[in-house]
Design a protein around this ligand. Structure first.
Ligand code: GSH
Length: 210
């Protein structure tokens, strides 16, 4: 099993976290998404959307989309409970959490947006809506679905745990803060998310964002 992976992507980190917690061995294929690695014909053959992560499993069969990979890998394990609420959070994460928190963080850190620009303000407001919603959900429970840790927590953790890097203050969200600590206390937890490297900065990069 191979993971086409970018170390500074939280979408990729979500998959690495699950693989670590499942104790699965895999090979890591480093894709430098800001050096044009996803713009090649070879990468398009692996994933025409030109994004990472992509799981190759079995050999020659490629599965893109981080949350599809989470579902595939967690199948028949306790991390994928038989509760459709899991699906709800995986879709919510991609539709709401990633553009708001992940998109804001990426654009601020790499110089693609300034904090007071309208698009930054829009994403910041959406991020606070997301955090308030999650805080309400987590007020009466330790984890997102049922009474245990699952891929719903893993997928949401990916970008929520770095919300402060988008200057989003988590102080008003005590249940979210307690949940982050809860995730970090689960067996096999790892955090190998790397900071964006210099070549991610606007003007220095060659990627689908440029
Ligand atoms: N919906 C996709 C989004 C993946 C995505 O946006 N990946 C980014 C890194 S976080 C990427 O690989 N971008 C490629 C590029 O910039 O060339 C998923 O969840 O896997």
């Amino acid at each position: 099993m191979k993971l086409y992976d970018y170390a500074a992507s939280a979408n990729c980190y979500k998959v690495r976290l699950l693989l670590a917690q499942l104790g699965r061995d895999y090979g890591r294929v480093q894709v430098d998404i800001f050096a044009g690695d996803t713009l090649t014909d070879e990468f398009a053959a692996i994933n025409p959307a030109r994004s990472t992560p992509v799981l190759e499993h079995p050999a020659g069969v490629f599965l893109p989309e981080s949350n599809a990979i989470l579902l595939h890998l967690a199948k028949a394990t306790p991390l994928l409970p038989d509760d459709p609420q899991v699906y709800r959070w995986l879709f919510f994460e991609q539709a709401d959490v990633v553009p708001a928190i992940g998109g804001l963080r990426f654009r601020l850190i790499t110089g693609r947006l300034q904090a007071e620009e309208p698009d930054a303000l829009r994403r910041r407001a959406a991020a606070h809506d997301v955090l308030a919603l999650l805080d309400g959900q987590l007020a009466q429970r330790d984890f997102m679905v049922g009474d245990g840790y699952s891929v719903a927590d893993i997928c949401l953790y990916g970008y929520v745990h770095v919300a402060h890097e988008a200057d989003l203050d988590l102080e008003p969200y005590p249940s979210v803060r307690a949940w982050l600590q809860g995730v970090e206390s689960t067996p096999g937890y790892v955090n190998d998310l790397e900071p964006y490297p210099p070549n991610a900065r606007v003007g220095a990069s060659r990627s689908i964002y440029d």
